[in-house]
Design a protein around this ligand. Structure first.
Ligand code: GLU
Ligand code: ZN
Length: 502
């Protein structure tokens, strides 16, 4: 057992974000690697923007990724775990009030009666005179009589924490190295409790990190500028300051900060598209970290074994969807067949629900197709594109796709008729990929065609698509009768087209 205690502290004000998932994963890996404790704390004090749906989404997403914690709030049937609870901030408000009272009593905080309008006017004045915008400290030393006068006016005070002037706060970040921030950049004395008594983020985070004995704060770089405020609060509360590790930002391909607007950021959307947790976790781990070797495909167990905060990059991590899909495909290939069948079923069900297939294949049928699909799935949702044509009654191929670029309608007709005869003859003897391929290649050679042209016409005739698993495997899967029927249908369609255009 070590004293290492880390936490993920999401606010349920939006669906689980990729960046939060990455932060959760790095905390989880660090805790598991060091034998420490990983805590889940729900920062739900922003009641207006928090919702149970978002909370559910965050919990479901982390469960899906296999990120488990040792201490956390009650969820569904699961009871609260850990002895540092409660783990929901709304259940801790008495503790924040108590801590605020203590800071007030010690003179480390004070009541501020300034109205929003007054603060606004002061900010405008500072902007006009090009002073840094900061609270001017008007209420920092009110006498009892002055306070009583404000109270008599009906003003409700906020609580402000005294931020020292011109002091350099320094800390050694485990990723960024030595960091120094001048307290003059912090905007003056900090509101820690609103006039309605609700505590603010910087305050609750410091109170809770202290109460939960957090040893390492591992979070996104966007919090770097908050850290000096937290350090001052830890000092004022008389508790040890944890170590900090600020993870690099996740960037769009154009190197701007990843945002909902430009990129897909909700983890649930990746899940819906058929990313699998093995691949997604693997990719998240590589967003800002690597083993320092060429090794990329790493299981959770390997990640736990190799993870090291010291080798996390400082530079922003560009989100590369192609690499994510590649890694995901690597993990899909590694799934045992029955497991993959189970994971594909809901995606095939979705194809049926959307009317893109007419019936659902049996597990046996899906299993028999794995040899042609397993290596071709970057995401599970691609399964419809790969094998959906097998589960439709009547395929109506698009003429524009049916006629290869270098061919016209007449040539395509001739080509498909010849192919149909060849395929029919083969099928009477053996219905296997190599058996079908060889005579078709001979046919192409005899006629002086390009294999690509004829095979494309056949592919579109039997699948309706220009990109599919290997053509001859595809025909085998479709079966002799259905292959011929689809070729006939295509030939008929070409004939009708030829007739109407003469
Ligand atoms: N609730 C904060 C957030 O989601 C926690 C930040 C922290 O880790 O201190 O950004
Ligand atoms: Zn004031």
């Amino acid at each position: 057992m070590t004293d290492i205690r880390v936490r993920i502290a999401p606010s349920p004000t939006g669906p689980l974000h990729l960046g939060t998932a990455r932060t959760a994963l790095f905390n989880f890996l660090f805790a598991r690697h060091t034998g420490g404790t990983f805590i889940f704390r729900l920062e739900d004090t922003d009641q207006a923007r928090s919702s149970v749906e978002f909370e559910r989404d965050i919990l479901d997403g982390l469960h899906w990724l296999g990120i488990t914690w040792d201490e956390g709030p009650a969820v569904g049937d699961e009871p609260e775990r850990g002895t540092f609870g409660p783990y929901r901030q709304m259940a801790r408000v008495a503790r924040y009030a108590e801590a605020a009272d203590r800071l007030l009593a010690e003179g480390k905080a004070y009541y501020c009666y300034c109205t929003p309008a007054e603060l606004d006017a002061e900010r405008k004045r500072q902007e006009e005179t090009h002073e840094p915008t900061r609270y001017n400290g008007r209420c920092a030393n009110l006498t009892l009589a002055e306070r009583a006068a404000f109270e008599a006016e009906g003003r409700r005070p906020v609580v402000r924490f005294r931020v020292p002037r011109s002091r350099v706060i320094a800390f050694d970040d485990m990723i960024r190295g030595h960091v120094e921030i001048d307290t003059d950049a912090l905007g003056g004395d900090l509101v820690i409790v609103r006039s309605d008594g609700t505590p603010l983020y910087h305050f609750t985070v410091a109170v809770d990190d202290a109460a939960m004995a957090i040893s390492h704060v591992i979070r996104g770089e966007d919090h770097l500028s908050n850290t000096p405020k937290h350090i001052l609060l830890f000092e004022a509360l008389g508790v040890a300051v944890p170590r900090f590790a600020h993870l690099p930002l996740i960037l769009n391909p154009d190197r701007t900060k990843m945002s909902k607007r430009k990129s897909q950021t909700a983890v649930a959307d990746y899940r819906a598209q058929g990313f699998i947790p093995e691949g997604f976790v693997n990719y998240l781990a590589l967003l800002g970290w690597s083993t320092g070797t060429e090794e990329e495909v790493l299981s959770s167990a390997e990640l736990v074994e190799k993870f090291d905060l010291a080798t996390v990059n400082k530079a922003g991590a560009v989100f590369d969807r192609e690499r994510l899909e590649w890694l995901n495909g690597q993990w899909i290939r590694r799934l045992p067949p029955d497991d993959l069948v189970n994971r594909l079923r809901p995606f095939l069900q979705a194809e049926a629900d959307a009317g893109r297939i007419d019936w659902l294949p049996t597990d046996e049928e899906i299993r028999s197709l794995l040899p042609v699909v397993q290596e071709r799935l970057p995401v599970l949702a691609k399964v419809g594109e790969l094998i959906g044509f097998l589960f439709v009654k009547d395929l109506d191929p698009d003429l524009a796709l049916l006629v290869p670029k270098r061919w016209d309608v007449a040539t395509t007709s001739v080509g498909l008729e010849a192919a149909r005869r060849t395929i029919a003859a083969t099928g009477e003897v053996a219905w296997e990929a190599e058996e079908i391929e060889a005579p078709l290649r001979r046919l192409v050679e005899d006629r002086g065609w390009k294999a690509g042209d004829l095979f494309m016409a056949i592919r579109v005739a039997v699948t309706g698509r220009t990109a599919t698993p290997p053509l001859f495997d595809t025909m085998v899967a479709l079966g002799y009768e259905r292959t011929l029927a689809r070729l006939d249908r295509a030939i008929e369609k070409l004939g009708a087209q030829a007739a109407s255009s003469t």
